[in-house]
Design a protein around this ligand. Structure first.
Ligand code: FPP
Ligand code: K
Ligand code: ZN
Length: 508
């Protein structure tokens, strides 16, 4: 790093460190309690107790972010009303208006040639659903838009006459599931979709994101979501690059092993083998594995869970409370989903692992087995911190509404969706029942064998959700958002309805 290296000046409030529990701090809290009627725990108002004295562009950006967040977290912002925990309400009405307006700004049938248009639809619809809004009024326009984006050769592009891409296809399929109904489901040409997926499938197990495009873990996650939601067959067509003529090799062969190769020396997950670990890819990895088998086995068989968990935990910062996407980077509200959304999946893995491969020694468990973490009956991340970051730092309280990356940034549909999704993860607790027909006794040697509960399904894993009620609740009850499925990131009834619709299909 070429940035000027000098002794750190104690200029910013955060670098002017006070030791927790010192007299001046106690006095200040007493003052807050009397004048404001609440106190915010030191954890969210003071700088970290240990600091590296080296000043770099990175450390300066970190200090600026910490200061901006502490200003919001202290609950002393003028004009913003806080509850007895120093936390503002979720500005539901403004966020809902922001989302409806964002969708309304699009021309009548949303057919403009913007390559991220399908994403935009998904972010707005999903965020509205989490805020408790009925999105079925968008059904007609979503159907028309989706039709204009579908290619005869399978999949959906970002707009009319654009190349099909797994990310835009994922977003369109989820949008159709969100608005629901037979007419929406029937938009998808499933046979063409299956053929297209076969052409994207690579011999090493992964998927290209578009024909001739890059192969990465987004592709694996999006393909697994599309295959399972649409109940597509797994057989490979002869023109698939992965076709061998051996009928036991199919669309999901080698996917879990591809995911395993993306775990890095840091413990996190990179987009492709041998690249930098990033939170967005950790979610893709866990989501993908959770669809290949029961998470208590599929995740712990292919990933070193203790090292992943250590990396995920290091993404949560104090005093900010939010998550960063990678080592030495800043907190950002969207990682409330990409990183925060990993915890329900890890918890499902750990809670079901007493007789699973972690105990019996899966490929990644040789060292992991000796340091097996306890069952996750306590939170694996600081829920209060994340909720404080979201409600104090990520809301645009102006007329504009919407949620954002961090203080000083503009709200947008992407951050509104993923910040709310993280809020939902922090406010709920997920439990996973054993899949239907499971008779795994845990003694089986799973090395080299993929965890598959049945052809192309997630084993009908039954996710049950409850409001999370342990520990201090710093938000008002009315500010609990609706849960979304921990893997598909849309409400659970939307997942069920789409799968059920395609279940009864003979062929296409
Ligand atoms: C870095 O951005 C971001 C990445 C390397 C990955 C981004 C990928 C996703 C958000 C989603 C992928 C998932 C699917 C399902 C398509 P940055 O350098 O601007 O941010 P940073 O400083 O926080 O790392
Ligand atoms: K970012
Ligand atoms: Zn972001």
């Amino acid at each position: 790093m070429a940035a000027a290296q000098q002794r750190r000046p104690s200029a910013s409030p955060i670098s002017a460190l006070r030791s927790p529990g010192s007299e001046s701090v106690d006095e200040e809290i007493e003052f807050d309690r009397k004048t404001l009627g609440f106190m915010v725990p030191n954890l969210f108002t003071q700088g970290p107790p240990v600091r590296d004295p080296l000043v770099t562009a990175t450390s300066e950006a970190q200090d600026e972010t910490t200061d901006a967040c502490v200003a919001c977290l202290s609950g002393k912002d003028e004009g913003i009303e806080c509850n007895e925990h120093g936390v503002p309400r979720l500005d539901r009405e403004r966020h809902v208006r922001f989302l409806h307006q964002s969708l309304g700004k699009l021309p009548g049938r949303f057919v403009a040639a913007d390559a991220s248009r399908p994403w935009f639809l998904y972010w707005c619809l999903s965020a509205l659903a989490m805020l408790g809004e009925d999105v079925t009024s968008y059904r007609e326009s979503i159907i028309a838009t989706a039709c204009s984006m579908q290619n005869d050769s399978g999949g959906f592009g970002g707009g009319g006459r654009q190349l099909s891409h797994l990310a835009t296809t994922y977003a369109v399929v989820l949008s159709l599931a969100l608005v629901g109904g037979e007419e929406a489901y029937e938009v998808v040409d499933r046979k063409a979709m299956w053929r297209w997926l076969c052409r994207l499938k690579q011999p090493d197990g992964g998927f290209q994101v578009c024909l001739g495009g890059e192969e990465d873990i987004r592709g694996a996650y999006c393909a697994a979501v599309i295959l399972t939601l649409l109940r597509l067959p797994l057989d490979l067509t002869p023109d698939s690059p992965a076709y061998t003529g051996d009928s036991s090799v199919d669309l999901l062969t080698g996917v879990a092993d591809y995911v395993r190769r993306c775990q890095t020396y840091e413990g996190g997950i990179s987009g492709q083998p041998n690249a930098e670990a990033h939170g967005a890819y950790a979610f893709c990895a866990l989501g993908c594995l959770a669809l290949l088998g029961h998470p208590s086995r599929s995740i712990s068989s292919y990933l070193d869970v203790p090292r992943l968990l250590a990396w995920l935990s290091a993404r949560q910062y104090a005093p900010e409370g939010g998550f960063s996407g990678r080592t030495n980077k800043l907190v950002d509200g969207c990682y409330s989903h990409w990183v925060g959304g990993c915890f329900p999946l890890i918890e499902a893995c750990l809670n079901g692992s007493s007789s699973g491969p972690m105990a019996s020694g899966g490929p990644a468990a040789t060292t992991a087995g000796e340091h097996r973490p306890p069952p996750a009956d306590e939170s694996l991340f600081n829920r209060e911190g994340l909720i404080r970051y979201i409600l104090c730092c990520c809301q645009d309280h102006t007329k504009r509404g919407g949620l954002r990356d961090k203080p000083g940034k503009m709200s947008d549909a992407y951050h509104t969706c993923y910040v709310l999704s993280g809020l939902s993860s922090a406010q709920h607790q997920w439990e996973l029942d054993e899949p239907y027909g499971n008779n795994d006794n845990g003694d089986e040697d799973v090395e080299g064998k993929e965890e598959r509960e049945g052809k192309g399904t997630d084993g009908e894993a039954v996710w049950a959700v409850l409001p999370f009620l342990d520990g201090p609740q710093v938000f008002d009850n009315g500010d609990r958002v609706r849960p979304i499925h921990p893997v598909y990131a849309i409400p659970q009834p939307c997942v069920r309805a789409m799968k059920e619709y395609f279940d009864g299909r003979q062929g296409f």
